[in-house]
Design a protein around this ligand. Structure first.
Ligand code: SME
Length: 151
């Protein structure tokens, strides 16, 4: 496991889910200097709700079927967008965002949250980033179950 994922594992080892996700969002942002936004959307009954994040203030509610986050939620898989201007329905929370990576946190086949990363550079994210974020999501999923986070 690389140092970044080890750090995520340490930060996820926390009984309070909000505290853990807050620290993890800081670690995600610091991990990559070309990110302008890094954080979480939490799956609620009616929509996706803004969770702990680092970056400019963002959309607080996203309908399940909308945007990059909605695609990630609906398909239960990572969505890598090289150029957000080419993604129909992209929701621009920060007008500086040019590319995006969204990864689901899944527990027993159900999506509980999304990790969302935005970069102000086109084509910033690659397959290795996707793989690494899927591993981070897996670590978060394991901690969520272990501590029964009530987020
Ligand atoms: N761009 C996202 C919205 C969330 S912000 O990027 C923080 C989307 O299209 O769903």
């Amino acid at each position: 496991m690389n140092t970044f994922l080890e750090q995520i594992e340490l930060l996820a080892d926390e009984k309070d889910g909000i505290a853990a996700l807050s620290n993890i969002s800081a670690a995600l942002k610091l991990h990559d200097s070309e990110l302008n936004w890094a954080g979480f959307y939490i799956v609620r009954n009616d929509d996706l709700v803004l969770g702990p994040f680092q970056g400019k203030p963002a959309c607080t509610h996203i309908p399940f079927a909308n945007g990059v986050c909605g695609r990630c939620f609906s398909e239960k898989k990572a969505v890598l967008v090289e150029d957000v201007s080419q993604f129909r329905g992209h929701i621009a929370c920060d007008s500086a965002s040019r590319s995006e990576l969204c990864v689901p946190v899944v527990i027993s086949g159900r999506v509980y949250a999304l990790i969302d990363l935005d970069s102000d550079q086109v084509s910033h994210f690659h397959e290795e980033d996707k793989k690494e974020m899927l591993q981070a999501a897996e670590i978060i999923s394991t901690a969520w179950q272990h501590y029964s986070w009530n987020i």
